[in-house]
Design a binder for this molecule. Structure first.
Ligand SMILES: [Zn+2]
Length: 320
């Protein structure tokens, strides 16, 4: 029902970040605004804050609940605050399919299947507190052989299992050879370039990721687990119908002050809800933790992108 309310109170506007509020929307009490927020996709969640009677931090509160729900199969709700504190202390982040579940909730596309485990990464040498915490939660662990590491950015992978009579829950802890950020970026798929830190959800390529599509990073080794992926792998971005802008796979990006990343703060105590990374917050601190330069591909296939034209002009000039 509340989903219908959203349709009535937020009229479309040519500017996707601007909606005209109807007179009835101005009168919505805060609890109804919070209910409306439950049905908004993450890239529109900030709009709940614009209602006159919206509670402070209504968007952050809703996103916090979504993160709690997503990791509840692995971390008890009563231990959530402790887990997040150890995530901060280990300079780490949640990565992988659970992050995409949070990003895609209420969106037009959904993951192809539910996450089967929780992936965490920490900075080098910082994993001790997280290991102790997970063991206190009933998990038993073992280090996986070096052949399980997907890239040289990972120093060691530790597998944590918690068995009950009904099921086994698994957490994979990847310790970075440097900072957690390099594990987020050194992946064969663009869809995996997202993370939940102790106070922000960070998505490096939101255009493709929020469509649950993934480009294969150029030069990445062929993956043998394509059937297990929760996202769709696309050969290129030729189906994009508008200019790429900062999301162009052929654009070199730098992690400090990366304007192309979407950053959604969910901290209740500090920071603001900073959709599209337009405001300074700790999500940007995560991106500043390691200066990296990266891109997905050397070539863009979007007819509406000047980078494709430039690439073709250059090819004609070099190989007439
Ligand atoms: Zn492009």
């Amino acid at each position: 029902m509340a989903g219908l309310v959203v349709l009535f109170v937020l009229h479309p506007h040519p500017n996707p970040y601007l909606r005209i509020m109807s007179p009835t929307a101005r009168d919505l009490p805060s609890d109804i605004v919070a209910e409306v927020a439950r049905f908004l996709p993450i890239d529109r969640l900030v709009q709940a804050s614009f209602f006159p009677n919206a509670a402070p931090n209504v968007a952050q509160y809703e996103l916090r609940q979504r993160i709690k729900d997503a990791i509840e199969p692995y971390i008890e709700r009563t231990a959530f605050d402790d887990f997040i504190e150890y995530l901060r202390a280990s300079e780490g982040a949640i990565v992988g399919s659970v992050v995409r579940e949070v990003l895609l909730l209420n969106g037009p596309t959904q993951p192809r299947r539910k996450a089967t485990n929780l992936n965490i990464t920490t900075s080098f040498g910082m994993e001790g507190v997280m290991r102790s915490f997970l063991r206190s939660q009933g998990y038993r662990s073992r280090a996986l052989p070096p052949s399980e590491r997907r890239s040289s950015s990972v120093d060691v992978i530790e597998r944590f299992d918690r068995r009950t009579p009904c099921e086994t829950r698994t957490i994979l802890l990847s310790v970075s050879a440097t900072r957690a950020l390099s594990v987020v970026l050194c992946t064969p798929y663009s869809a995996q370039m997202c993370a939940i830190t102790h106070n922000s959800v960070v998505c490096m390529l939101p255009r493709a990721t929020l469509a649950n599509e993934s480009l294969v990073v150029e030069g990445a080794p062929a993956s043998s687990n394509a059937e297990d992926l929760t996202f769709s792998v696309i050969p290129n971005n030729s189906h994009w119908t508008s200019p790429c802008g900062l999301q162009c796979p052929a654009t070199w990006r730098k992690t400090p002050d990366d304007d192309g990343a979407a950053i959604y703060s969910w901290s209740m105590d500090d920071g603001q809800f900073t959709s599209w990374g337009s405001v300074e917050d700790d999500g940007r601190s995560f991106l500043r933790s390691e200066p990296l330069i990266w891109r997905v591909h050397s070539r863009c296939h979007n007819d509406h992108c000047p980078n494709k034209v430039l690439f073709e002009d250059r090819s004609r000039y070099l190989r007439p």
